[in-house]
Design a protein around this ligand. Structure first.
Ligand code: CNA
Length: 283
């Protein structure tokens, strides 16, 4: 069983080494940690890159002392307008998963994916076909919503209509009228139960792929330290990620994630790249 195996070691500390490890068949429990960077190619801005949501807020002169305030529950309850002004950006378009999302699906198809832990709320992992049992949406999802006052569920279409037309969605239950909020985790809220329940399984990880995230938001960022010390960790990101790089099996591949996962698939085998493209075309 998994705990009796000898600890994995990469042939080389680069993408070739990671590919050889996956191709060897010894790597069967890949854990992914994903962030907003993987959805940028879909046209969704991230938080902290240039041109990201934090820049947008500054440009709009939105009255928030810190950009994080907009995603803080107590502030939302006082005044949800800045949050919804920003949401209208996200709800306006229709988005298609990226090659990186399809790479996650490929790992699942090849039966080497243990779980994908994502901070994203855009639902693109689901649209790429990743089954719910493999997906942990640590910061919730924009795909459903509830009243912050009475907790009632709110209709999808009414919600999206309100947001796109610039209204604040309000609970329609008689006598309630509370503000409706998408089921995203705000600062000041606890993470979904699924996050906490899945933590013990991180001990099974035999490869950690950290992709498109600055890894700046705890407790999500802690996951990187909760895989076994011997577990190789590969960062696929535009910039180095704080806190990862010090372990013997850490690998850093800087650059665009779609390009990197394509190269990784190529290096594992031509059939992997072909299947990756086929899965992406399906989305
Ligand atoms: P972040 O802090 O904005 O970091 C994004 C990271 O991705 C940065 O380090 C970038 O260098 C990197 N990056 C950007 N483009 C690429 C690319 N093409 N290839 C590789 N790397 C790239 O975002 P995090 O996800 O780390 O921060 C966590 C927040 C952001 C979570 O709470 C999310 O809910 C929230 N968020 C989510 C979305 C979404 O659902 N798509 C969008 C914006 C923000």
């Amino acid at each position: 069983s998994w705990f009796k195996r000898t600890p994995p070691r990469l042939q080389s500390k680069d993408l070739e080494g990671v590919a050889a490890y996956i191709a060897s068949g010894r790597c069967k429990n890949i854990v992914i940690m994903a962030g907003a960077g993987i959805s940028r190619a879909a046209g969704i801005p991230d938080f902290r890159s240039q041109g990201g949501l934090y820049d947008v807020l500054r440009k709009w002169n939105i009255d928030v002392r810190r950009p994080e305030d907009i995603f803080t529950l107590s502030r939302f309850k006082e005044d949800p307008k800045p949050f919804y002004k920003l949401m209208s950006q996200l709800y306006g378009g229709s988005y298609r998963p990226t090659l990186t999302h399809s790479f996650f699906r490929l790992l699942d198809k090849r039966r080497v994916l243990n779980a994908c832990w994502t901070q994203n709320v855009d639902n693109l992992e689901c649209l790429a076909g990743l089954p719910a049992r493999r997906l942990i949406e640590a910061h919730g999802t924009l795909d459903s919503q509830h009243c912050t006052s009475c907790g009632a569920k709110c209709d999808d279409r009414k919600m999206k209509h309100a947001v796109v037309t610039g209204d604040i969605p309000v609970c329609e239950k008689k006598g309630c009228g509370g503000f409706v909020k998408p089921d995203v985790v705000m600062f000041g809220e606890s993470l979904p139960l699924k996050f906490w329940l899945n933590l013990p399984f991180l001990k099974r990880a035999d490869l950690l792929i950290i992709v498109g995230t600055s890894l700046a938001v705890p407790p999500f960022s802690f996951i990187a330290n909760w895989v076994p010390t011997s577990c190789p960790r590969v960062v696929i990101n535009m910039e180095p990620v704080w806190g990862v790089g010090g372990r013997a099996n850490d690998v850093e591949v800087l650059g665009d994630c779609d390009e990197t996962v394509r190269r990784l698939a190529q290096l594992i085998g031509a059939d992997w790249e072909a299947q990756l493209d086929a899965l992406w075309k399906e989305t």
